[in-house]
Design a protein around this ligand. Sequence first.
Ligand code: 4NP
Length: 199
Amino acid sequence: MRAFLLGFVTFAGPQPVSADSADGGRGVINNFLQYLFIMSDTYKVLFVCLGNICRSPAAEEILRHMVQEQGLQQRIEVDSAGTYAGHRGELPDPRMRVAAARRGYELMHRARPVRREDFYEFDRIVVMDDTNYENMHRLAPSRDCAEKIFRMTEFCPHSERTYVPDPYYEGHEGFELVLDLLEEGCAGLLEEIRSQIRN
Ligand code: 4NP
């Protein structure tokens, strides 16, 4: 829990890596590198979607906004990433930026792919849909790391949806629906995190 990296884990992009796989000893090295993480006071949340230009950067900013409103910015850190690296370095999709801005969220995240060390650095990894969930499980270096992965809709008690739909090929309504789900999910997630970090 609440770890940050002291050493630097070399990782050549988001490849499916299993702790059990024959990986030329890299699994052993990475297990050892886990011990280079030490306890810190911040709880770290990583949101993950496919491109890291629509859903996850919006979730990141919504949760950050709530964290700041509740004065928890010293206790909780937020970031986002994508399982697909094709939008690396880009700002969020303009349609999402406009829709989010209407609700008071300024999306300035630059897209980045998921890194192996994210599984160690973050306390909780929250994905948007089943494909993200499966991809992140394939990437997880160990079972402990895989246990950090949750679906966003697990924190949406008022919605029957089991995933946050990909709005990339949708119209205006798709982005509004995503933002509705993310606002509900972030509120639920923050409530749960607060109960964990209470003391
Ligand atoms: P996101 O949306 O996963 O919410 O960032 C998408 C962004 C880009 C693509 C698909 C979904 N794409 O196909 O490039």
